[in-house]
Design a protein around this ligand. Sequence first.
Ligand code: FAD
Ligand code: NAP
Length: 304
Amino acid sequence: MYDTLIIGSGPAGMTAGLYAARSNLKVGIIEQGAPGGQMNNTSEIENYPGYDHISGPELSMNMHAPLEKFGVENIYGIVKSIEDAGDVKRVITEDTSYEAKTIILATGAKYRTLDVPGEEEYTSRGVSYCAVCDGAFFRNQDLLVVGGGDSAVEEAVYLTQFAKSVTIIHRRDELRAQKILQDRAFANDKINFIWDSVVKEIKGTDIKVSGVTVENVKTGELSEHEFGGIFIYVGVNPVTSMVADLGITDEAGWVITDERMMTPKAGIFAIGDVRQKELRQIATAVGDGAIAGQGVYQYIENMT
Ligand code: FAD
Ligand code: NAP
């Protein structure tokens, strides 16, 4: 019986593990891949305090290193479901199950992809899903933003502080984004639009992105466009299939928590990108993890 089982070894899960283990709890982290989560997808991190810049994989290793020292058990597994039987929670993976007094869900969010040729190849080489993280690397370049929702329009405006120009490509002739965000984008001289169109292919050199092939969905016409960077904002999905039956998510699927990071189910906590929150970043994931790591200790103290 673990005091707490953490699902996901991204920055949120690793921080929760550190805090819980330093409180002398018996802690396991179940992870399906390499520790670090989405941090492993970025070569340069410039907005994590304490580092001028650091690669994602290096920061992942640095965060992971102290866990062993404090006795956190790393468990490989793909979590399929969670059963809540009051004081005992059960975590079911593909091939076994584990019991714990508390669970911390730290499974993150997955950015939706376009699934077009070149997208995967040029991710982190000109294709990005995070303007806050990567925008500053594209100073004075012509950038493309894909999508017509709040994220695409808001981030396009954000990118104009770095870029020479920002083009928003949207598959319809009107934006989905809130009116106030649309007004800001329409009023910005650096922002252009390509309407009724989708990206068919992302092209580049051996090193980085160079442009896209675009299809007009009304006429079927294809055209070539040069861009130094492509930001894809076609929505994100929380990774919550394992808690689908627990009734702890909002309408969009994000996990609801209180200020202690506890979900509506007593003893089940959620942290990081999977949580209903405003800013999904490494620094905020780490903050959530610290609160939950301390929170499970207090919860268990009150149980006994
Ligand atoms: P994640 O990092 O998503 O980690 C979740 C973990 O859970 C993963 O390791 C996953 O394998 C695991 N998991 C999921 N489901 C299961 C399951 N069923 N069983 C077992 N394990 C599971 N933020 C910044 O602050 N600065 C940046 O420069 C920056 N750059 C970024 C660049 C890119 C390309 C991307 C994609 C994101 C970037 N971010 C950046 C955002 C940042 O990475 C995330 O906000 C942060 O990683 C969220 O941490 P998390 O621990 O909540 O989730
Ligand atoms: P979203 O609202 O789901 O918008 C996704 C956009 O991508 C839509 O315009 C959609 O087109 C387009 N799209 C989807 N799949 C596509 C594909 N395969 N190819 C091309 N385009 C595609 O996602 P989001 O903008 O990331 O926002 C997510 C949630 O966060 C929303 O609830 C949003 O309101 C909220 N949010 C709020 C703020 C804010 O309040 N400031 C900021 C950011 C996000 P269609 O329009 O044709 O469907």
